[in-house]
Design a protein around this ligand. Structure first.
Ligand SMILES: NC(=O)c1ccc[n+]([C@@H]2O[C@H](COP(=O)([O-])OP(=O)(O)OC[C@H]3O[C@@H](n4cnc5c(N)ncnc54)[C@H](OP(=O)(O)O)[C@@H]3O)[C@@H](O)[C@H]2O)c1
Length: 334
């Protein structure tokens, strides 16, 4: 039997947590590259919380994936066939190639990466979009100063783990918030945060106040909801909140109540700024250089949570992000 492409397409707009029925997964002919294009054989697909938003209709920073369209996904693999002057067969590449086994690219947003320097998974993780997000969100928007306290939610995950480590490199104190004792152990022992609070243990407010005796100067927000409500009253005057993500709300089927403690933004003169990593596209090189340097100096630890199961495991692997089933950058081998 000749080999086929295997493709995840969006079957319908999900309600609540993503389900297998939101997708169709089927064999299709392997596509041929046209002039100025190349074909990549994908080795691993990045699972990102934003995927849930991309599946919704309505206004966002990126157009929704159309019903019947290939599910949008960052991925990494090897160029097989190329009619593109800048990409040659054998190159290892990353890009928005979609949730499938073989993709055609015109090179836009695709990058050749060096797998002698880091494994392919890391180029869609710590050295890729999540690491770059942590870098710009913290350095540009959080602007931590030496001795300040930086708190980050979803601290054991792809973005959060990098935020705390970069905060330490900047001379700040890093405190994580994560779900469960094992994740908190990883955050302090493996990533080197000063403290980590398990929000599932039932006393986030008390434990966070104890872990941040000088208050919180920067809160890097990945989660929203009750965690944001608990953090807001602990913020210091002129604190900064880079609003990176609100994962606790992504699977909600109806609008959720807004923050209860917005008064803290007023009385503490906080700066809350939402951002999307694509805003920093003209400065990716700066993040790449800094992250590579810190990693070379042994100051950054990476953890990829690589799942087996191929393309067909895409829906169940994606769900792990919204149920807290991943520790570190979630990647599906295909
Ligand atoms: N603005 C941007 O450009 C940009 C770019 C990349 C990512 N992001 C955002 O950054 C955040 C983290 O992304 P990531 O890729 O690093 O994912 P991740 O942290 O590796 O994985 C998601 C984690 O979120 C936590 N979580 C899920 N539901 C939760 C809930 N209801 N309450 C509290 N925690 C919950 C879980 O950890 P626990 O077990 O600890 O709960 C889960 O493991 C997301 O909000 C994402 O949308 C934004």
């Amino acid at each position: 039997m000749t080999e086929q492409n295997r493709v995840v397409r969006l079957a319908r707009r999900p309600v609540g947590l993503v389900s297998n029925d939101d997708f169709t997964i089927a064999d299709e002919p392997i596509p041929e590259p046209g002039e100025g294009e190349f074909r990549v054989r994908i080795a691993c697909i990045s699972l990102d919380p934003a995927m849930r938003g991309w599946m919704n209709a309505g206004k966002s920073y990126a157009p929704p994936v159309s019903i019947g369209g290939i599910m949008r996904a960052f991925a990494a693999g090897e160029v097989e066939v190329s009619n593109h002057p800048l990409f040659k067969p054998g190159d290892k590449v990353t890009g928005l190639f979609g949730a499938q086994k073989y993709a055609i690219s015109d090179g836009q947003g695709a990058l050749v990466v060096d797998t002698d320097k880091a494994p392919l998974e890391r180029w869609i993780g710590g050295f890729g979009m999540p690491g770059t997000t942590a870098y710009f969100g913290l350095i540009d928007i959080g602007r931590p100063k030496k001795g300040e306290t930086v708190v980050v939610s979803a601290a054991a995950g792809a973005v959060g783990s990098m935020v705390g480590q970069i905060a330490k490199i900047q001379g700040a104190r890093a405190v994580g918030i994560a779900g469960g004792p094992e994740k908190c152990r990883v955050v302090t022992e493996e990533y080197g945060f000063d403290a980590c609070v398990d929000y599932k243990a039932g006393n986030l407010g008390g434990e966070l106040a104890a872990a941040c005796p000088d208050g919180i100067d920067v809160y890097f927000e990945n989660v929203g909801g009750e965690i944001l409500d608990t953090v807001l009253p602990l913020m210091n005057t002129f604190g900064r909140i880079p609003l990176c993500g609100l994962i606790s709300a992504y699977s909600a089927s109806e609008p959720l109540p807004g923050p209860k403690n917005l008064r803290s933004v007023l009385v503490n003169r906080l700066t809350v700024r939402g951002f999307v990593i694509f805003d920093f596209a003209d400065r990716y090189e700066e993040a790449a250089t800094a992250l590579a340097m810190w990693a070379g100096e042994g100051r950054l630890k990476f953890r990829e949570d690589v799942r087996e199961g191929g393309i067909d495991a895409f829906p169940e692997t994606l769900r792990l992000l919204y149920t807290g089933g991943n520790v570190g950058k979630l990647v599906l081998k295909v």
